[in-house]
Design a protein around this ligand. Structure first.
Ligand SMILES: Nc1ncnc2c1ncn2[C@@H]1O[C@H](COP(=O)(O)OP(=O)(O)O)[C@@H](O)[C@H]1O
Ligand SMILES: [Mg+2]
Length: 220
């Protein structure tokens, strides 16, 4: 069975005007696959990632994760799903500036009620493999964009989720850190057999992924 199966997915935003962000979207993603979701601005990339991540309820359709339809989960079950099975990475890093790098990476594990010794071992291991160990006690604002995004990768991997969703992860990075961050993100996900979905139009990312899913801009 495919790891992620999306069937007849619709996301329609209701406001003064109705916006169709996703219209009858269907897709299947294998465990361990690295895919890019491409499409012009407004084509629904963020909406799609948010639906897969359990952050946004689709208007209709099904999203099966390892055979379980997450659109049918209760609020409590969705909290668990997001905490244990999904890691999110954003364009603007989304770190907590009042927390040290150590605390940022520890936080998802604290929420998951892991033991102090387990958290300590895992934070140190993650910071080491992402080559940011020297920043353990530093705060996010003192790091470069590329370093902050490496911390964000560590946060996303903290609870060892099967799915990593990255929304334009290189959007705020310069050329050099862009390559470094993407090489690390993709190699980590490949080694750990994570399913990685990246919303992007970055040609550098396009060269390194398994497959592209194109979201055409809907004509309204
Ligand atoms: N919270 C929202 N309320 C109303 N419309 C939205 C909302 N979020 C996104 N949209 C609209 O849905 C469409 C798809 O947006 P989005 O998923 O952010 O696309 P992308 O990430 O590809 O730029 C756009 O037309 C956008 O304006
Ligand atoms: Mg977007």
């Amino acid at each position: 069975m495919k790891h992620i199966i999306i069937e007849s997915l619709y996301k329609i935003y209701q406001g003064t005007v109705e916006t169709v962000a996703l219209e009858n979207f269907n897709e299947e993603i294998d465990k361990g696959e690295v895919v890019a979701v491409a499409g012009p601005s407004g084509s629904g990339k963020t909406s799609l990632l948010s639906c897969i991540g359990g952050v946004l309820k689709p208007t209709s359709g099904r999203i099966l994760i390892a055979g379980i339809d997450i659109t049918k989960l209760s609020d409590d079950e969705l909290v668990e799903y997001r905490r244990d099975q999904v890691g999110l990475i954003y364009q603007d890093f989304n770190l907590i500036n009042e927390f040290s790098i150590y605390e940022n990476v520890a936080l998802p594990m604290l929420i998951a009620k892991k033991s102090k010794s387990e958290i300590d071992a895992r934070v140190n291991e993650l910071l080491k493999t992402l080559d940011i160990q020297r920043y353990t006690k530093t705060f996010p604002n003192y790091l470069s964009g590329g370093e902050q995004q490496r911390v964000a990768i560590a946060v996303a991997l903290a609870n060892d989720p099967d799915i990593i969703l990255a929304d334009e992860p290189t959007g705020n990075l310069d050329l050099v850190s862009r390559e470094n961050v993407i090489d690390l993100l993709i190699s980590k996900c490949k080694n750990l057999n994570k399913s990685l979905v990246i919303a992007t139009h970055d040609p550098f990312i396009m060269e390194r992924i398994d497959r592209v899913i194109d979201l055409p801009k809907l004509i309204r």
